[in-house]
Design a protein around this ligand. Sequence first.
Ligand SMILES: Cc1cc2nc3c(=O)[nH]c(=O)nc-3n(C[C@H](O)[C@H](O)[C@H](O)COP(=O)(O)OP(=O)(O)OC[C@H]3O[C@@H](n4cnc5c(N)ncnc54)[C@H](O)[C@@H]3O)c2cc1C
Length: 408
Amino acid sequence: MSANFHTERQSITTEPDVTIVGGGIVGLATAFFLSRLGIRPLVIERLPTPASLTSRRSGEGVRAQWGLRHNIEIARASIAFYAAFGARIAIPERDAGYRPVGYLYASRSEDGARRLKARFDMQVAAGLDDLEYLDPSEVRDRFALLSETVTGAVFRAGDGVVVVSDIVAGYLAAMNADIMLGAEVGRIAREGNDFSIETSRGTISSASVILADGARLPAMLQSLGIVLPLRLARSSILHVKADGIPFDHPATIDVDLGSFWRPDAGGARMTASFRNTLFLDRFTDDPAPDPDYLAHAIATVSPLVPRWADIAPSIADSHARHGSFAVSGDGAPLIGPIDAMPGLYVNGAYGGHGIMMSPEGSRRLADMVAGNDASTPNPFHPSRFAAGNLPAPEPMTVNTNEASKETR
Ligand SMILES: Cc1cc2nc3c(=O)[nH]c(=O)nc-3n(C[C@H](O)[C@H](O)[C@H](O)COP(=O)(O)OP(=O)(O)OC[C@H]3O[C@@H](n4cnc5c(N)ncnc54)[C@H](O)[C@@H]3O)c2cc1C
């Protein structure tokens, strides 16, 4: 069984029970999990290729190091899914490109080390029981590239990286779904018991609609009269070709400067400052590049890993990828029904974490759509923001509450 692609409205011969707007990694994961439950959805994607927008530009990092229990749980389950990808999609020869290089959060200041230790205690209390706190000598013994000035670090070995194109190929091979490409969804309206979905290739009628339209989610919800605390943000990641970077080095975060890098084939990917994930005032798929990004990135990764300063003069090849995404009031995704409009669901606003959280988020959403919803409370329910309520923001995300800014 694999995805059935369409480019004409006429070739969709039966009206789908469930239609997914958006064929990024979130829409495809949702289609995969629905088809596992015996529901054959229709995915509508405006671009000619699936998952070719924000999902394609991601850093492909996956980590379970979060501050709140529900975010730890959704990320940890998603990483476990990627680790066993072939078995989970029932195509054993496929994998998600998962490399558990680990995520290492480190500081060079006494205050930073204290804050890392306090966060470590909080994370362990929230259920992250496979985390290690490392004092300076332990850090240096295990990770020789780190500066002698390191004061403390937190490490989780099971965090790491994946390959989005492999995941997308796996979902497409394993799902029983229709995918209409090059069709943009415009107006969605309730008509009797169904939704009428206008697309650039004709109108579709469907009992249920799932919005998985990435950065276009806030505007789509607004057009339906649904108000939720959502904003658009942008992020950048620099791909650097460089010798001398161990391929199995952990993804490394300088919590003092807010920089991030992780090893990649032939070099690394880096973010100069994850705290500069910026809110956008106007919609764009293609945020403007930052000038001098390479120099800024090197300046912010070198204090913790001095080898980057040594390598910098020989870097001849680098390019940055920039993308936009929706972030919610508490920095956690929206996964669940819109109560005011029965049959309408949201799977989005994953912010900078849609690769690392969408398998479990989509599995849960598929269960809800199929009516298998357990009675356990859903911490990602869009109604958590009802009546101006703002749940405690996840301390390790960017969220619309500007007070807390930390990501990746
Ligand atoms: C620079 C950068 C680095 C990142 N690094 C990481 C990382 O390391 N780890 C991580 O987990 N996440 C990371 N992210 C975030 C991650 O990429 C996103 O959370 C994820 O890709 C969101 O997936 P999506 O399917 O919701 O969005 P998208 O991939 O954008 O897919 C949405 C799809 O919906 C389609 N669509 C929208 N509107 C319509 C419409 N009206 N009709 C039809 N189709 C429509 C779009 O064309 C698009 O294909 C990063 C993001 C950026 C920009």
